[in-house]
Every structure is written in structure tokens, then in C-alpha cells.
Design a protein around this ligand. Structure first.
Ligand code: MN
Length: 237
């Protein structure tokens, strides 16, 4: 089995299409959560659901917020955007998101058993980054039997060894905080390989504007985003 892990698509249909064009035909697709919260929520879900059994899903914190709104929280989705996206989804689509699992385990050729989660195995909104101390990571992952853990949530790719485990952030398809624009994802089997699929960013930005999406599409360097998430994590602690 080979897997393409597409995390944090954030309803960005052009970015999803760019990534899908680069995914091998025989690979499973693991949608790693935060799939809908963005300019094309309905179209993004329909595109992926049309692929049927080839897709395995996780629910991310932004998907949860669509179904179960919680108090506004720094680092979480703005309430007005959540309301906008919720209004574009059917009851059936919201129920579909609500029923998604928080983790998936897949046996992958040449890699072994891999645990996929949105943020950490125990929490869909825990902020751990490529510079978080090992001790904080170990608190979150030590109970997992799998040696390899794939996460997303912070939208920055990394590949770290933490204790006896390897933790790989798949990056974000639709809202990457990376040096270059593109759709960022992870190919697994037999290697574990970070991927970037390029697309016409100017055309995509114009298309986002045409949907009426309010404000700028978020962008940051990996260093800026990582520092921001570390600060928020310290404030939450
Ligand atoms: Mn996200």
C-alpha cells in the first residue's frame, strides 16, 4: 500500500487539483483534516467523496468547529468564516464531517504501520511544531504503538525523530506556511517524501476573490508561523 497524505486542504480547490494531479493512480489518499474550511467547501468535499473507497478521512479541528462551534480561540478559525462555510454545506455534508475519525492507522510498503492524526493522536488542536521540545512531543505521542506518526495542523512540513518515534508533518495543501507557493503534501511508500505541487497562484488568488471570500488568504514564512504557534501554545499552557 502507498499513501498520499493531503492535509489542511482548507477548501482550496485549485490547490487540491494540483496535488491530485501529482498523486500516483494506485495510491490511497489520506485526507488529514481541515478539509472544508475555505473558499470552496462543497466542491472540495464533493471532489474527494467522488473518489470513493480510495480516500480515507480524518476530522480536523476546523471541521469540528463547523459542526460544533466553540468559543473563539487564537489560532482557531475566525467565527465569521466558519459561519460562511457552514452556510454553504448541507446537513448531510456536516453530518459526514462530524462522523469522521480522529486517527487512522495504515500499513505502508517499506514504512510499516503509520498512525495518522490531525494535530496529535490525543487532540485535534494541540500546537506542536518542528521546534517544540521533545518532552512536549513525548507527552502527546508516547502512548502510540506506531513508530511513525503523521500529523498536520500547523501547515509547515517537517520530519523529526522524537525518542524512538519519527514524526512527520505532511504540510498543508491549501494554506501552506512555506517559502514557496504551492500545494504541500506527503507521499508514503516505500519512502517518506515531502512533496510540493505547483499551480498558478495568481489565477487561484483571483478565483478565491471571485468567490467573495473575505480578506487575504493567510500566508507566512515557516519561521513566522512556527514562532506564532509556539507563542500561542505557551499562552494556552
Ligand atoms: Mn488547518
Amino acid at each position: 500500500m502507498r499513501v498520499a497524505a493531503l492535509y489542511d486542504i482548507h477548501g482550496h480547490l485549485p490547490a487540491l487539483e494540483a496535488a491530485l494531479a501529482d498523486v500516483d493512480d494506485d495510491a490511497l489518499i489520506l485526507v488529514g483534516g481541515d478539509v472544508a474550511m475555505g473558499p470552496w467547501p462543497r466542491e472540495t468535499l464533493e471532489r474527494l467523496r467522488a473518489l470513493g473507497q480510495r480516500v480515507l478521512w480524518l476530522r480536523g479541528n476546523a471541521d469540528r468547529e463547523l459542526v460544533h462551534p466553540s468559543a473563539p480561540r487564537e489560532g482557531g478559525p475566525p467565527q465569521e468564516l466558519a459561519e460562511r462555510v457552514r452556510g454553504q454545506l448541507s446537513e448531510e455534508a456536516l453530518a459526514f464531517l462530524d462522523a469522521l475519525p480522529l486517527t487512522q492507522t495504515i500499513e505502508i510498503d517499506g514504512v510499516g504501520r503509520v498512525l495518522f492524526c490531525h494535530a496529535t493522536p490525543r487532540d485535534d488542536d494541540e500546537l506542536l511544531t518542528r521546534i517544540s521540545p521533545d518532552e512536549r512531543w513525548l507527552d502527546a505521542i508516547d502512548g502510540a504503538p506506531e513508530r511513525t506518526i503523521v500529523c498536520g495542523h500547523t501547515h509547515v512540513q517537517f520530519d523529526r525523530r522524537i525518542g524512538s518515534k519519527r514524526v512527520v508533518n505532511a504540510g498543508s495543501v491549501g494554506m501552506p506556511y512555506e517559502a514557496e507557493p504551492g500545494a504541500y503534501w506527503l507521499a508514503l511508500g516505500p519512502d517518506v517524501e515531502h512533496r510540493r505541487s505547483g499551480y498558478d497562484v495568481d489565477a487561484a488568488t483571483a478565483a478565491i476573490d471571485a468567490t467573495g471570500w473575505p480578506g487575504e488568504w493567510p500566508a507566512a514564512t515557516p519561521e513566522e508561523a512556527t514562532e506564532l504557534f509556539e507563542r500561542i501554545a505557551r499562552e494556552r499552557a
